[in-house]
Design a protein around this ligand. Sequence first.
Ligand SMILES: [Zn+2]
Length: 175
Amino acid sequence: MRPVFRRADSEAFFRRARSKDPETFDRLMVSADVRESGDCWPWTRSTAGGYGKLRIGGPKQIAHRVMFALCFYPPGDLEVRHICHNPGCINPAHLRAGTHRDNMIDRMLAGRGGNLKGEANGRAKLTETDVRFIRRRSSAGASLLDLSREFGITKTAVSYVVRGKNWKHIKKEGA
Ligand SMILES: [Zn+2]
């Protein structure tokens, strides 16, 4: 799957992420090969199973999850997956939170070439998994602002997704 452009590339975005924990943020940035906003940022230090690892005080943590938490929100029980399918990448624009099931669906779709209605359209910024995830997170109380930051789309676009104005071919889930 081709990585999708997201707004996680502005100075303001990274200033805000860094302000949460400057020391950790700087360690992440010097431990990866940070390139252009649309490129992968491969981890250059120790890895396990392809994932970047770093120790911040306590036990070792997974680098891309730490990056996600600083840039968006603590993922908690959610998995943080790579839309670039590059496990060592820590570019926040390539990271998406989701359930294990979302992750499996994404892999399955990637294996098939992701040739689906919405995604086949070159302008689509969201995958079908994203749409389901946004609807679930919204009904669980996530704000339009948080969702718009995470997915790099406007608040209006988020509300369209939530209200089912776009992506009508994806059925709303029961709960
Ligand atoms: Zn990447």
